[in-house]
Write a protein that binds this ligand. Structure first.
Ligand code: NAP
Length: 340
């Protein structure tokens, strides 16, 4: 069976995902697109064999031609689109963030719980990156004993002019927030954001940040968030355990030895570093939906929990100090991986 997908928001990542969903190795094609910019929607639809540009995201969700929806519009538009998909009974893959406030995320969780079936998946793509999966396998398999400390870095070469101080947390560190909950199988109990000496390259931005997370079982995590390193895009993670350590390896495909120097290439940006993760993420989502199973990837609850932690980190960034985090009880719908 071919899954007929509608894509709302055909900007940068929307177009990236369309390349994977239409004519890629998975069993899906894109049959409808919608965008606030109607001309952009028409142009993108015109490049596809079976897609129509529809006037609005709501029309796309309601269309009988659309089996499942991908939301890749701007964050503040996610909530109404995801709620409409739940009401229409259509599976929805929503790029992160699930919504831009924890109240909005909670409304999505409540609507899905009321519907009684998991159909929302959030685009936390780290969980699909082969290196991150190998890292988790090593930790879960006991290769380093009980984890004690984690050291992470999230470094961007540069960021666009509209990038704000808060985006260092809400758009950038939110990937580490989800990654840590998933990697360690623990909720985050507290957060404190430190503001070291500012990089002269960051303009008005407070860059870098050092974010300290306390996991519920006492594991302590430090995350460097730097968004103007210029040399490339780099994601680092090392877990220090009772009997050893495990870390993400360098991603350079080759190492050059020349003129007394050993050098490896650094990815230019997140697209280059995480291409494979997006391939696997969408492939697994399509396979799950085609099989008629409830979605199994990062859930609406994961989107909500990440937003609660992100808000706490922003509170620490603005007012200073350590902020405790307490999540309400996790609804039963999200208690365990759904049966296949
Ligand atoms: P983008 O290039 O600005 O694309 C967003 C598109 O949505 C634009 O074409 C925009 O039109 C359109 N849009 C805005 N409001 C809309 C509405 N109400 N209905 C339909 N379309 C609407 O942004 P992007 O970089 O692709 O990011 C999109 C989402 O993906 C964000 O939530 C972002 O955080 C997420 N993202 C995730 C990753 C990841 O690694 N998982 C990476 C990149 C982005 P206008 O330009 O006319 O406003």
């Amino acid at each position: 069976m071919t899954l007929d997908v509608g894509v709302i928001g055909v900007g940068m990542i929307g177009q990236e995902h369309i390349r994977r969903l239409d004519g890629g190795p998975g069993g899906s094609r894109v049959v409808a697109v919608a965008d606030a910019d109607a001309q952009r929607a028409a142009t993108v639809a015109g490049q596809l064999s079976a897609a129509k540009a529809l006037a609005s995201g709501d029309e796309l969700i309601a269309s009988d031609a659309v089996d499942a929806v991908v939301v890749t519009s701007w964050g503040p538009t996610h909530e109404p689109y995801v709620l409409a998909c739940i009401a229409a009974g259509k599976p929805v893959f929503c790029e992160k963030p699930l919504a831009t406030t924890q109240d909005a995320c909670r409304r999505i969780v409540d609507a899905e719980v009321a519907a009684g079936r998991r159909g929302v998946q959030v685009g936390f793509n780290r969980r699909y990156d082969p290196a991150h999966r190998a890292l988790k396998q090593a930790v879960d398999g006991g290769a380093i004993g009980a984890p004690l400390l984690v050291h992470c870095a999230h470094r961007n070469a540069s960021v666009p002019g509209h990038y704000t101080r808060d985006m260092s947390i809400a758009d950038t560190a939110i990937h580490e927030i989800d990654q840590l909950r998933w990697l360690l199988g623990q909720e985050i109990a507290a957060v404190q954001v430190h503001t070291p000496r500012k990089s002269s390259r960051g303009g008005e931005l407070q860059d870098p940040l050092l974010v300290l997370f306390e996991m519920a079982d006492g594991v302590l995590v430090d995350v460097e968030v730097s968004v103007n390193v210029h040399y490339g895009y780099e994601i680092r993670c090392e877990v220090s355990g009772e009997t050893g350590t495990v870390e993400l390896a360098d991603t350079a495909p080759v190492r050059v030895r020349s003129a007394g120097v050993v050098a490896g290439l650094v990815p230019a940006d997140w697209r280059e570093r995480f291409t494979l993760s997006y391939d696997i993420e969408l492939r697994e989502w399509v396979d799950t939906v085609v099989a008629g199973r409830p979605t199994q990837g990062p859930s609406a609850w994961d989107g909500y929990a990440a937003q609660v932690v992100s808000d706490a980190a922003l509170q620490s960034l603005h007012a200073g100090g350590r902020v405790s985090i307490e999540l309400p009880p996790r609804p039963g719908l999200y208690a365990a991986p759904p049966a296949s």
